[in-house]
Design a protein around this ligand. Structure first.
Ligand code: MSP
Length: 508
């Protein structure tokens, strides 16, 4: 069986990690965890993009060599992964030898094949985007969009990769693989870009202008263009691992889909005789309080600080619940607290408390056996079966926000079931029928909780584990089997209490 191989973009280390970086890692982690739960062998890669002008400039501003600068900032990105409970199998830095060796080997191969040639380039260059610009990139009034920062005119000799030779192949590939890009409507954007003739890709930067990069193996007066270097990370990390390539999924932001991931990367691979990735998932961007995130204006969310304050799983939950994959979304503390209180603390947290509390009060802390009909009590069993199948299908379709909505609806229905059965009333009656119904309702609510949180395992792994723990439940190795309504909790001793989502005002 082929390993399911997924990656995130590799982050520039010219600044500290922010909410956008955090989101992408959490999204990819949810997919990685879901695939593992479904029984796939998974390889999950993330890392950092350490070369290029941006990093060189930031290092200069600090007055230290670029390598030292990277060595200081990269640990922040590793710490972000650890904090967010990201289950990556590897973390690549583009300054590592294992990466540089592969970049050089691939460049040499393309050069030897005649896919790379030298030519004079004259034109406009954006340092911020590390990109040559064309007239079509200008505003109608001739000015350059702000996105490009300072634009300068340059003339220099460089090396070019024959991108244009593969344009027809790429168009055909896109048309044959309509699942190459998610969301599908972005495929159109790529085809529109390909409607114009492609320029060959300038893959070098003269050393006198940029030193911080991988020297070209066939001309050490040049370093490799940072995007050529960076894209290769997906391959260099697994080049010596059999059964991993091609990548099944590259999780990236919408800003870097066209042209780097959807045009340069598949063409680079094709020219090298390597299979293209199966799917590119382009997610949307977070704004903060309705505006672009920016450290200088203070409109910035530090994901580590936020996770410290509210809990990692609450942050993971919010990021996945609030954003429909592919669309943009806005982050604000107010909206975070609405979801935190209504969906987590007062709904899921409340259900956990009720199960523990009532099992202790009415059954000595031991989950009783239900009547055989118990599991289908008041439609809860039927709702469960529908919820489970739907949630799995929604995960397969990257519709995680809807999947979470369904799980929360099931938790709400379980709380409504408890209201209806009112175990606190049944507990006061000595009637055998009431006592039987009491046992059934206690067993039903505990089982519904166990099942519901099983569906949260990819998004809130720590919370699922904690709730299994307080229910005295040891999950088996096969996730699908965990999701079948049964009697696994019968006779289990539950904890006395659990605090999962403390009220924010009681926090430091
Ligand atoms: N280094 C390149 C990627 C090379 S991949 C071979 C890069 N780095 S980045 O640090 O600028 O961005 C890393 C990822 O974070 C990108 O996928 C980008 O879309 C994502 N995000 C950056 N800001 C974001 C938001 N505000 N919201 C969501 N994601 C955002 O590009």
């Amino acid at each position: 069986m082929k390993t399911f191989y997924l990656t995130t973009a590799i982050d520039y280390v010219n600044g500290s990690p922010h909410l956008g970086h955090a989101y992408e890692k959490v999204l990819a982690d949810v997919i990685a965890r879901f695939r593992r739960l479904m029984g796939d062998q998974v390889f999950f890669l993330t890392g950092v993009d350490e070369h290029g002008q941006k990093v060189q400039q930031s290092a200069r501003a600090r007055g230290i060599p670029p390598q030292q600068f990277c060595d200081e900032v990269t640990p922040e990105f590793r710490a972000l992964c650890a904090k967010l409970n990201i289950s990556n199998d590897d973390f690549i830095r583009t300054t590592e030898d294992r990466h540089k060796t592969v970049v050089c080997a691939l460049l040499q191969k393309l050069f030897d094949q005649g896919e790379i040639y030298q030519a004079e380039y004259r034109g406009f260059y954006s340092t911020r985007q590390e990109q040559f610009l064309q007239d079509k990139d200008r505003h109608p009034d001739g000015s350059w969009p702000e996105l490009y920062g300072e634009v300068t005119e340059i003339t220099e000799t460089n090396y070019f990769f024959k991108l244009r030779a593969y344009q027809e192949w790429l168009i055909a590939h896109l048309k044959e693989h309509d699942d190459f890009i998610f969301p599908r409507y972005r495929q159109k954007q790529v085809l529109e870009f390909l409607a114009e003739p492609l320029n060959d890709l300038c893959i070098s930067r003269p050393r006198e202008r940029l030193e911080w990069g991988i020297p070209l193996p066939f001309d050490d007066q040049y370093v490799t263009y940072v995007w050529f270097d960076a894209l290769v990370n997906y391959y260099s990390a697994v080049a010596d691992r059999p059964g991993v390539w091609p990548a099944d999924l590259h999780v990236i932001g919408k800003d870097i889909l066209v042209p780097p991931h959807a045009v340069y990367w598949p063409i680079m691979l094709k020219a090298l005789g390597l299979a293209p990735p199966r799917t590119l998932l382009a997610h949307g961007w977070w704004s903060v309080n309705g505006a672009k995130m920016s450290k200088s204006t203070g409109n910035f969310v530090d994901p580590i600080g936020f996770a410290d304050q509210y809990g990692v799983d609450a942050l993971r939950y919010f990021l996945i619940r609030e954003m429909s994959v592919g669309q943009d979304s806005d982050f604000s503390s107010a909206q975070f607290l609405v979801r935190y209180n209504s969906e987590l603390a007062n709904n899921l947290g409340n259900l956990v408390n009720r199960v523990l509390n009532m099992t202790n009060r009415f059954a000595g802390g031991v989950v009783p056996a239900a009547d055989t009909a118990g599991e289908w009590e008041l439609g809860l069993g039927a709702l469960w079966a529908a919820t489970r199948d739907e949630v799995i299908a929604l995960h397969e379709a990257f519709q995680f926000h809807l999947a979470l909505e369904r799980v929360i609806a099931f938790v709400t229905a379980t709380n409504a079931y408890i209201e209806k059965r009112a175990p606190w009333k049944l507990g006061k009656s000595a009637e055998p029928a009431d006592q039987a119904l009491l046992r059934t309702s206690l067993a039903t609510m505990a089982e519904a909780l166990r099942l519901g949180v099983g569906l949260l395992a990819a998004v809130m792994p720590g919370t699922t584990e904690k709730i299994y723990g307080v229910l005295g439940h040891q999950p088996g190795p096969v996730w699908r089997e965990e999701l079948v309504w049964g009697t696994r909790l019968t006779g289990h001793k539950v904890a006395e209490s659990a605090i999962l989502f403390p009220k924010p005002e009681t926090k430091k």
